[in-house]
Design a protein around this ligand. Sequence first.
Ligand code: AMP
Ligand code: MN
Ligand code: MN
Ligand code: MN
Length: 275
Amino acid sequence: MRFDLHSHSTCSDGLLSPAELVERAVQRGVDVLALTDHDEVKGLSAARVAAANWGLRLVNGVEISVLWEEVTLHIVGLDIDDTHEPLVEGLAGIRTGREQRALRMADSLAAAGIPDTLAGARRYAKNPELVSRSHFARYLVEAGHARDTNAVFRHFLTPGKPGYVPHQWATLADAVNWISGGGGIAVLAHPGRYDLGEARCERLLGEFGELGGAAVEVVTGSHSPSEFVTWARHARQFGLLASAGSDFHGPGEGYRDIGDVPALPSGCDPVWARF
Ligand code: AMP
Ligand code: MN
Ligand code: MN
Ligand code: MN
């Protein structure tokens, strides 16, 4: 069975509609796919219809933005109840916050001499409720401020750069509760991307487990093969299951295409045993 438990559609910052995403997953040999849009579950119904047509198993997912000790973290929810009220309301609150952040980002870029970026970003945001840094990045490339979106993030959209504004996301406890309160499985996404250092990293894994977090993303498009092994070890150490997903956003974006998910290192307890 081929699993891909992390992917995005146009309902957040992906480039394919939920139905197109499912079709591409099927063509690339995926048997079990989780759609995990940022702070949004709106794409799941269309993805479920497409998955039923193609005979693919769709796992209801989400990727929640969290602020923990001043660090932005992403918590993936798998097998979530997308009608669970605390989750639905919590995500709506995050999306409102995104709108306010987008206004501040545009002001900040305007002050740096780059006007009209909010209107530009909105053109790329197919879901008007979800404006992401990725949409700003695509517009800044179009407007000629950088060669590609990676360069935009380097020069404009990361801490210390003119278009970056700090933001209050959900708390770790809220995100885990919204997921597990509806029967879902909370997964710490792409841990290798957070610049935590060893002590804080261990504190995070301990706290995450105590709150009811169940798994760590071991294999992800954000990790190198040696990081697969490191995070498999951390997962085991903290009694957490292992998850795997491409974090696919669109053709030509990111490192891994949908379904391009290497096997978990040996000794992992796969999260899909819980499905
Ligand atoms: P946001 O949640 O709006 O702050 O946007 C975060 C999204 O930006 C991530 O999910 C990635 O899709 C994208 N992203 C973050 N860093 C980079 C980068 N260095 N290059 C390209 N995309 C990035
Ligand atoms: Mn993204
Ligand atoms: Mn993420
Ligand atoms: Mn993601």
